[in-house]
Design a protein around this ligand. Structure first.
Ligand code: LLP
Length: 421
């Protein structure tokens, strides 16, 4: 459930009209709802209430400081994949002992930074990474608490580009070699083995792949304990999908996910860490955009928006579906439009043949479910300024990232001396 609804024929975010914010901020802009963020956090944490449990928000989904802080104030920790993300989480007030550090290839500098913070856990993804972490920890007089990210070789049955738990994917260490790798880790001076981690993919719409992977991991934990390792933390990753189409497929509820987790791995007595990203922020955000022109093509009608693939890349990159709704309701019968942006690529298409009530230049639309992997994946392609972000809280709103000026963008380039002569 989210807090983007219609009243008196207009779209609201909590207590504010979308059109009122658009007038003040200009379009396009991302708009997030505090109440929705908090609600999603509570649904997840309540579902796990009886367990020794930590929710580490996967900040990659939306790294705005205000979004991280809203969740951190509720008690969330953070799952980070770079020094930059760790810095963001720390600055937003996440305490280091609630930070897990994932990522395929942490550099020396990043490891040293993280060791200096005293984070909860490094999720190590390879043997070379393990050796390097031990070396750096030892040189700093520290011990790194680690889990290995296990690749359980399970098909997450999601889009190939966001599936991560198959043997052919670059992620984690093979589950078949895990015992040998843990044995090596236990001998290293800068390493304290404490957990097991996995993350099999994103936007999963069924529980079965999770369950299969968690069974495999549960068995592994028993084997590792039999080998003499103390395994006290089980990090299950993120990945639970969200509904992108209100009338379409409904992914499992957090409550059902939590029940499955308890049933499959509850008996192990581990502290359970989960790393949801999309589920917390995806449906807590919209991208508001204005129609620039309506163009009659040879045999199609185009709605050309002022937002483009550089602002929200998911439709171009993953053929992702985002609902697109007029901000002001109308009784006119819907007609099929290709909804596109102004960037010079055919891939700059948000939807093809989408039925929507006829619109004209100047009308506003909202792209729903844009709170996750929206603003964070934006670029300035075609020298289009990054769009601002707005956070609504009840009847007030704040700009949580302003729109940069052209000088801000172009001024980043530097002309070398030889070209100035
Ligand atoms: N933990 C790890 C180690 C991850 O790699 C990810 C996401 C998450 C947690 C959070 O997954 P979530 O709960 O959000 O599914 N850009 C793509 C999604 C990429 C996900 C990458 N990893 C998209 O727009 O669909």
């Amino acid at each position: 459930m989210d807090h983007f609804g219609f009243a008196q024929g207009e779209m609201y975010v909590e207590g504010l009209r979308v059109s009122e914010i658009a007038e003040a901020v200009g379009t396009p802009f991302y708009c997030y709802s505090t109440e929705t963020l908090v609600r999603h956090y509570k649904v997840f944490s309540d579902a796990f209430a009886q367990n020794d449990f930590l929710l580490c928000y996967a900040v990659k989904a939306n790294t705005n400081q205000a979004v991280i802080k809203t969740l951190a104030d509720q008690g969330a920790g953070a799952d980070v994949v770079s020094e930059g993300e760790m810095r963001r989480a720390l600055l937003a007030g996440v305490s280091p002992e609630k930070i897990v550090y994932s990522g395929v290839a942490k550099t020396e500098g990043e490891m040293a930074f993280a060791l200096g913070q005293g984070i909860l856990q490094f999720n190590v993804e390879s043997e070379p990474e393990l050796e390097q972490l031990s070396r750096i920890a030892t040189s700093l007089g520290k011990v790194a608490a680690i889990a290995f990210r296990i690749n359980p070789d399970v098909d997450a049955r999601t889009h190939a580009k966001i599936s991560t738990g198959k043997a052919e994917n670059k992620f984690g260490v093979p589950w078949t070699r895990a015992r040998e790798i843990y044995a090596r880790a236990a001998k290293l001076p800068g390493i304290k083995v404490q957990g097991v981690d996995l993350h099999i993919g994103s936007q999963l719409t069924e529980l079965a792949p999770f369950e299969e992977a968690f069974h495999r991991i549960g068995q592994l934990i028993e084997d590792l304990r039999a080998d003499g390792h103390e395994i006290s933390v089980l990090d299950l990753g993120g990945g639970l999908g969200i509904p992108y189409e209100q009338a379409g497929e409904q992914p499992p509820l957090p409550l059902d996910y939590a029940e499955m987790v308890k049933r499959v791995v509850g008996h192990l007595g581990c502290k359970i860490v989960i790393e949801p990203g999309r589920l917390l922020v995806g449906n807590a955000g919209i991208l508001v955009s204005k129609v620039i022109y309506v163009k009659e093509g040879e045999n199609r009608k185009f709605l050309i928006l002022d937002a483009a693939m550089n602002d929200l890349i998911r439709p171009s990159m993953y053929d992702a579906y985002h609902e697109i709704v007029p901000v002001v309701e109308s009784d006119a019968a819907p007609e099929p439009y290709d909804i596109v942006g102004p960037v010079c690529e055919t891939g700059d298409t948000f939807a093809r043949g989408r039925d929507i009530a006829p619109l004209k230049g100047g009308d506003l639309v909202a792209m729903r479910s844009a709170g996750a992997y929206g603003a964070v994946m934006a670029s300035t392609y075609n020298t289009r300024p990054l769009v601002p972000e707005v956070l609504v809280n009840g009847a007030e709103y704040a700009i949580i990232r302003p729109r940069p000026s052209y000088d801000d963008i172009i001024g980043l380039d530097q002309i070398p001396a030889w070209l100035k002569e």
